[in-house]
Design a protein around this ligand. Structure first.
Ligand code: VNL
Length: 178
């Protein structure tokens, strides 16, 4: 897992995020995945019998380790970093890294630090006021393979977190229309 983590998490951290071409993407199957505003967890669940989450990293970072764009999207404070792999029926589909500002982990949201194998999307979209904005996309080369990724900001009770998701080679986003 550590080699997987090194490759995929660092690819996500080095991604060149760009604003999506909504008009062009909205009409494609890949676009439906990348531009999903509701829960990615739900969308993946619909493609398998069992969706599992493996936490591969959970640590704090101080504000000095945030990039300029992360700071612009989240504000200037320490964050919890949660790194996971989501698998559909034991096939790895998504590697995700979420930055949760400490100022988000308050009151009702304290539990987000202790989700373990509960998917973040399931927790966040349980809340009626959850929303997503600032969707950006990137194409990353990992192990010689070109993979799709996106970054977006999630809001719960008007508190932000920043979610980066890398679609692994067997993810449904790459499958032909069935
Ligand atoms: C998680 C689940 C993260 C589904 C995701 O993107 C996601 C998680 C950051 O459990 O951390 O799409």
């Amino acid at each position: 897992m550590s080699e997987f983590k090194r490759l995929h998490v660092s690819a996500l951290m080095e991604a060149n995020w760009e604003a999506p071409d909504w008009q062009q993407l909205e009409t494609t199957k890949v676009g439906e995945w990348l531009l999903e505003r509701h829960s990615m967890t739900e969308r993946l669940k619909a493609c398998c019998e069992t969706l599992t989450v493996e936490v591969i990293g959970l640590h704090d970072v101080d504000k000095t380790s945030l990039s300029d764009s992360e700071r612009a999207l989240l504000g200037d404070g320490a964050c919890l970093v949660r790194e996971v792999v989501l698998s559909g029926d034991d096939c790895p589909w998504l590697c995700a890294r979420t930055l949760v500002p400490m100022s988000t982990l308050t009151e009702q949201e304290k539990d987000i630090a202790d989700l373990g194998a509960v998917p973040l999307g399931q927790r966040v979209f349980n809340q009626a006021n959850a929303r997503r904005d600032a969707i950006e996309i990137a194409s990353l080369v990992v192990d010689g393979q070109e993979l799709l990724a996106r970054r977006s900001r999630l809001w719960v009770n008007d508190k932000p977190m920043l979610v980066s998701e890398l679609f692994l080679p067997h993810a449904p986003i790459y499958q032909e229309e069935g």
